[in-house]
Design a protein around this ligand. Sequence first.
Ligand code: 13P
Ligand code: SF4
Length: 365
Amino acid sequence: MQGAVIQFDRFNTLADREAGQRIRAAKEKLGKDVALLCHHYQRADVYEHADLTGDSLKLSRLAGEAQARYIVFCGVHFMAEVADILSRPEQISILPDLAAGCSMADMANLAKVERAWRELAGVLEPDEKITPVTYINSAADLKAFCGAHGGIVCTSSNAPKILDWAFARREKVLFFPDQHLGRWSGHQMGIPLDEMVVWNPDLEQGGLTREQIEKARIILWHGYCSVHQMFQPRDILKFRNQHPDGIVISHPECSFEVCRQSDHVGSTEYILKTVKAAPPGTRWLVGTELNLVERLAREVAYEGKHVQFMAQTICMCSTMQRIDPQHLAWTLENLVLGKVVNQIKVPEHEAALARVALERMLAVS
Ligand code: 13P
Ligand code: SF4
């Protein structure tokens, strides 16, 4: 098609309301050619345009099943990569703002993981003894590393099942990048805390002794989510003092103590389902990102359910927040003109191996 790509600066100053109207108009023109996949952390004025919503596991399944030519991913970079890897070659995965990354995913990279694997080889034979498990919040080359080394991907909704799969094959797991999800999932499987050690990628041999590595069942990468680490056990204590009948629900990216003191722990989809299915009149303290919690609070208020955010301060996922109505309108209006902006394309050699690790996960969960 003739003509140049429309530049974003024409959308920068657009009022949210007008951007919203233009998104609706562009979506109508694109019809079945576009599917808007939206993570639960997206802001309300983006979420309202979603065709499909979900947690990371559900969205990766939906991306694999989508028929649309364009998959516009309102989420963060690794999610659009997964959509590209699992969709058909002729489909195009788009992230409306390329700056929408995940700071936790960035805490592990291929060079550091390969170095860890080499250093572990000084103690034991990693390809015989260790299954690498990467949280889906990671770059495609780390998923490819897992694909190449007999490993697998997990999400916050299937991590214990995935660990079962991993331990059925090899005696230890190297879990990256989120130590908290790894620790909580290991704990749920009955693995003692002293058999889970933290690998600090900035220290030689992860900062661990030979004996610690030999004894460990799970080697946890020193990564964390800066949003979920804001939630503190003292927030739970205060809530329980004020509301003895209140119920606490948290995401497994929260610290071990927060998870341990919660009544329920699970993915974003699980949190939504659990609170929505609860009896009218119940009161909830929720430990996950603010956009989700505020939307949930609005949605269940009519049943007399009270939903409260766990942190004392406003903490949002600033990178999820990068997807705003202006970027979405810009992306979609370009598509109407047949112009693709912000395509996420994983190189095929990497995608093929990453697909192996993702498909192992989808088969297990
Ligand atoms: P979910 O898989 O639960 O949606 O979590 C993704 C995420 O990034 C949470 O911070
Ligand atoms: Fe990444 Fe944390 Fe944001 Fe989730 S909430 S996308 S883990 S930075």
